[in-house]
Design a protein around this ligand. Structure first.
Ligand code: SAM
Length: 274
């Protein structure tokens, strides 16, 4: 068992089948599984007729998975860090219909950001993660959990906390409660025109929680000003940030945590065209 790879195994068979139900995948659908471990969910998905591409970083598990499922129709294994392997797999074999995984706690955030920022949001994603991480994904403005990460997740996806799993569902038992989260693409995604630029803008907007939005943005002009020089603090002429906020009817002393993803996207748009 490796702490480094966040290895807690889902030993609760009923939970595994509830997760598979949440995938709502028809037989023959192409699914990606992140971190199959010893393959308990993989076996269930293959039995349901799904075509499974599994991404596993742990070499020992890769050998085990190959000996259990290697050569089985519908099964593919990609060895290595998912963050470094998924784009090549996408280019080679196309987008999956579904993605699921019981994510390692330390990498859940990076995996979700990598998919959304990389523009891969299939019709349904089902991730199991630490409950606090799920709450941060789904958080709404004005709450302590609302962050650049919540904006990224909720601007691209509808985030639903499906059900919780207690520590006893796993071995070894973690010290935290886990939550199964579903992500489905928003019909009206926000900031989708240039996801990476919007994401960098939102990170800048939240860079210091105590500061007003306009001060955070002034400190990071490179992420929103076409000519960064035009954003220099103290420069003569109207402040483009205040002018954009006023134009949109938003208070100029607002903090990012009070703004909905739609409002942040409108400010970003106004600034890049100012
Ligand atoms: N799916 C199994 C289950 O539910 O019982 C194992 C889940 S365990 C929490 C996380 C799994 O992800 C482990 O098998 C671990 O080796 C693998 N893993 C961790 N980081 C990874 C990464 N960056 N890319 C691919 N697999 C990773």
């Amino acid at each position: 068992m490796s702490k480094r790879f966040g290895q807690n195994f889902l030993v609760d068979r009923r939970a595994r089948s509830r997760i598979l139900d949440e995938l709502k995948a028809e037989g023959n659908a192409r699914v990606w599984e992140i971190g199959p471990g010893i393959g308990a969910m993989t076996a269930m998905a293959l039995e349901a007729g799904l075509q499974v591409t599994a991404f596993e970083i742990d070499h020992g598990f890769v050998r085990l998975l190959n000996s259990c499922f290697g050569g089985r129709p519908g099964f593919r294994l990609v060895e290595g860090d998912f963050l470094r392997t998924w784009q090549a797999e996408l280019e080679e074999n196309g987008a999956p219909d579904r993605i699921f995984g019981n994510l390692p706690y330390s990498a859940a955030n990076a995996i979700v950001c990598s998919l959304i920022e990389g523009g891969l949001v299939p019709p349904r994603i089902v991730f199991t993660m630490q409950k606090e991480a799920a709450q941060r994904m789904a958080a709404v403005p004005g709450t302590k959990d609302y962050s650049a990460y919540s904006v990224l997740c909720t601007s691209a996806c509808k985030v639903r906390m499906a059900f919780d799993l207690g520590a006893s569902s796993f071995w070894p038992a973690p010290r935290v409660t886990s939550t199964v989260v579903t992500l489905t693409p928003r019909p009206n995604p926000v900031g989708a025109g240039n996801r990476l630029a919007f994401s960098a803008f939102v990170r800048a907007a939240f860079s210091s929680r105590r500061k007003m939005l306009r001060n955070n943005l002034k400190a990071n002009p490179g992420v929103w000003a076409r000519a960064a020089a035009s954003a220099q603090v103290g420069e003569a002429g109207p402040d483009p940030i205040e002018a954009s906020l006023e134009l949109l009817g938003i208070r100029t002393d607002v903090r990012a945590e009070a703004l909905r993803p739609e409002q942040l996207a409108a400010i970003h748009e106004a600034l890049i065209h100012s």
